[in-house]
Design a binder for this molecule. Structure first.
Ligand code: GLN
Length: 478
């Protein structure tokens, strides 16, 4: 058995029986990273020494190497957020999710590449380098958690954490053929996650299968007094929802998500999966989500407005990058932010500042907030009729590097199917469900009502056993 292929639950089994040791497992991954990561470039930082901290501990993730997106603070490990402005930032504390992982004996194996400040859909906005899709090195892994998704797909870790503001876990999971969960807003602590858009950001697991996703989610979720938007609900063992039947469950198919801009093959593969599910006694119904067409505009106004405010703190004073050469305080601010931030981040700060400005607030931010309420209401209506909604995760499979880089609007459109559920705070999961004619993974998205991740696991687990999808062995000729 090749150790890098193991899921969390498989690795845990071998570790518990003493058939492998944590350092053996860790060593196998480090060796694989050394060989394969130069091609994929999933990691910004590789944590070779982390294993030394855990060997005595016992826990639910004892000895399991986990990769972490580089916008989640890790004590004493550089956390760059994919940005020059935080290039040398070493957090003095752990994010709550990291404390939880460590308490269960996990080993942080590295920090993964991402679009700068999580703004992007291809990981090409990283200030350092682009990550490549393990299924085709000429293509992007999606974004912004592209490094986290690619590291799982290429077996450079057992599982990873990403963050999702408008699709950043689900879309790269879809492009890389792995499972990715965006939890209900408030269910996983945001303490220690570098803020992008605080009313949308959530941390979630990216894993090789649904069982691992449920397992990891059980560990990282739950109320945290350190996050004021954390919901007062304790975690539970979500693996108990695996293997439950789906008979008589009602699945909604929103026509808006199969309309314009969605690739024909993607539609076909997703609808075939839904057909397989109906063979299990699931009732498939059409639902309407009429405000979907406004979701992208709404999201980009709200997310950018929040970002413009959250990113004010990077001024070169307390921490992060500061230019060496300046005339006075104003000049220092201007130069630090001019050199420290990349193009897309600056674009968002400008858009966000504009939409919040006196005279424009009502026309943009306020109106977007109202449409956000309508989008939520669409989902409330739909969930009166159905238990879960199934859609494609992204309109296309992985696109080529450089293909959308010069055209921000086209890039933004790759989030069209993930942002509505983000705006509504709903939990949603990507599940690989087949391949297109380029042999690239197609992902479907299951969306559930607030706090009903259990349904995502139940339905996802059944679907996973039905769909024609095998995780790729990515030897990449090495
Ligand atoms: N691609 C979207 C954006 O650029 C979503 C990013 C995210 O979820 N972090 O904002």
């Amino acid at each position: 058995m090749e150790l890098h292929r193991l899921t969390i639950l498989e690795a845990r089994n071998l570790l518990e029986k003493g058939e492998i040791s944590p350092s053996e497992l860790f060593g196998a991954f480090l060796a694989r990273i050394e060989k394969v990561d130069p091609l994929i470039k999933a990691y910004i930082t590789i944590c070779e020494k982390e294993i030394e901290d855990i060997v005595e501990k016992r826990g639910k993730l004892y000895g399991i190497p986990i990769a972490v997106k580089d916008n989640i603070c890790t004590r004493s490990i550089r956390t760059t957020c994919g940005s020059r402005i935080l290039e040398n930032f070493i957090p003095p504390y752990d994010a709550t999710v990291i404390s939880k992982l460590k308490k269960e004996g996990a080993v942080i194996i590295g920090k993964t590449n991402m679009d700068e400040f999580a703004m992007g859909s291809s990981t090409e906005n990283s200030a350092f380098f682009a990550t490549r899709n393990p299924w085709d090195l000429e293509r992007v892994p999606g974004g912004s958690s592209g490094g986290s998704a690619a590291s799982v797909a290429a077996d450079l870790c057992v599982a990873s954490l990403g963050s999702d503001t408008g699709g950043s876990i689900r879309q790269p999971a879809s492009f890389c053929g792995v499972v990715g969960l965006k939890p209900t807003y408030g269910r996983v602590s945001r303490f220690g996650l570098v803020a992008f858009a605080s009313s949308l950001d959530q941390i979630g697991p990216i894993t090789k299968d649904v069982a691992d996703c449920a397992y990891l989610f059980s560990i990282i979720s739950g109320f945290d007094p350190l996050d004021s938007t954390s919901y007062p609900i304790e975690s539970e063992d979500f693996t108990k929802y695996l293997g439950r039947g789906v008979k008589n469950l009602r699945v909604g198919i929103p026509e808006e998500y199969f309309a314009l801009g969605v690739d024909r093959e993607v539609k076909e593969v997703v609808l075939r999966a839904v057909e397989l599910l109906s063979g299990e006694g699931v009732e498939v119904l059409e639902v309407k989500l009429p405000h979907t067409e406004y979701a992208i505009a709404t999201y980009y106004i709200i997310a950018s407005a929040e970002a413009s405010s959250n990113l004010e703190r990077y001024d070169g004073v307390k921490y992060g990058f500061r230019v060496g050469d300046y005339r006075n305080l104003d000049d220092m601010y201007v130069k630090t932010r001019t050199f420290g931030f990349g193009k897309e981040v600056k674009r968002r700060i400008m858009m966000g500042t504009f939409s919040l400005a006196t005279g424009y607030y009502d026309a943009y931010f306020l109106r977007a907030s109202k449409i956000r309420a309508l989008i939520k209401r669409d989902f409330d209506e739909a969930f009166r009729k159905v238990d879960v909604i199934i859609t494609p995760t992204a309109p296309t499979t992985a696109f080529k590097l450089g293909e959308k880089l010069e055209d921000p609007l086209t890039m933004y459109m790759s989030d069209v199917l993930t942002v509505p559920s983000s705006l509504a705070g709903l939990p949603a999961m990507n599940l690989p469900c087949g391949l297109d004619s380029n042999n690239l993974p197609v992902g479907l998205q299951i969306i559930a009502p607030l706090f009903r991740e259990d349904l995502l696991f139940t339905v996802g687990y059944v679907l996973e056993s039905l769909v024609p999808f095998e995780r790729k062995e990515v030897p990449l000729g090495v």
